[in-house]
Design a protein around this ligand. Sequence first.
Ligand code: KG4
Ligand code: ZN
Length: 302
Amino acid sequence: LHSQIDMHQAYGGVVPELASRDHIRRVLPLAAQVLNDAGMSRSDIDLIAYTRGPGLAGALLVGAGVACAMAMALDKPVLGVHHLEGHLLTPFLSADPPTFPFIALLVSGGHTQLMRVDGVGRYELLGETIDDAAGEAFDKTAKMLGLGYPGGPALAKLATQGDPQAFKLPRPLLTGDRAATLDFSFAGLKTAVWTHLLKLGGTADAPNAGIAAQVIADMAASTQAAITEVLVNKSLKALKASGLKRLVVAGGVGANRSLRDQLDTACARRGVQVHYPELALCTDNGAMIALAAALRVQSGRA
Ligand code: KG4
Ligand code: ZN
């Protein structure tokens, strides 16, 4: 596993061109190292899998190009895997894997979805965000609060020092005519935080300027509370509507401690079992895509 977080940190976000150039530099040495660490050689490979998308075009192109070339050279099959399918199936790598069927809450930097999962490759979309993703809401708010990149973990950390009820922030789609749906909307939350900050004395260029550290921590806590309350509420709705008693949480935001605590409490009360991928696997794009490909081959859906 190689993380580009340090490289992007200097710019406060992902720089696509740097990301793809770094992919080119890393992918072959990393593949060699993985085989070496596992005590295996290229002849032990049964199939090459790569991320088909969604993601940054340049980085995806590097993966697809290397995978297809390797498969051709080794005379092995090649399989493109959807990034979210990788996230969805990561809990199967943990010590206590779920069994089908289950409801999946997929919460990443680019997606927020609720799905019914009946087996490998058998996914039914129940609801999704109509604008920003949950991770995006964390990241964009963190940026306004002057926190570093990646924003989600930074905001979560600061939130432990703040009051989650200090600011009244909207809980989009929990009330009104779309309350019954399993869709999400997070763009309004970002705007609400922005409006509060400007009222507190922040400026358009530096929305957190001159605002006391405790107030910023309160805003972080209030933002996290708004996002997690919506995610928990809609997950419970999906479980109730389907009658299923199993929930799988996947994607980067699934690492959020507060979200996990609230889901654990709410699900325990309803006899629902919750599965989380191990923290280290939430962001291991190599392991998750390899696993998804292996499961697809095993289930005859490659
Ligand atoms: O699944 P992922 O790697 O992204 C995509 O595939 O898009 O997740 C990254 C997202 C980022 O938005 C990041 O801020 C968020 O997950 N994230 C968190 C936490 N750890 C990562 N958000 C809230 N709390 C966390 N502890
Ligand atoms: Zn992801």
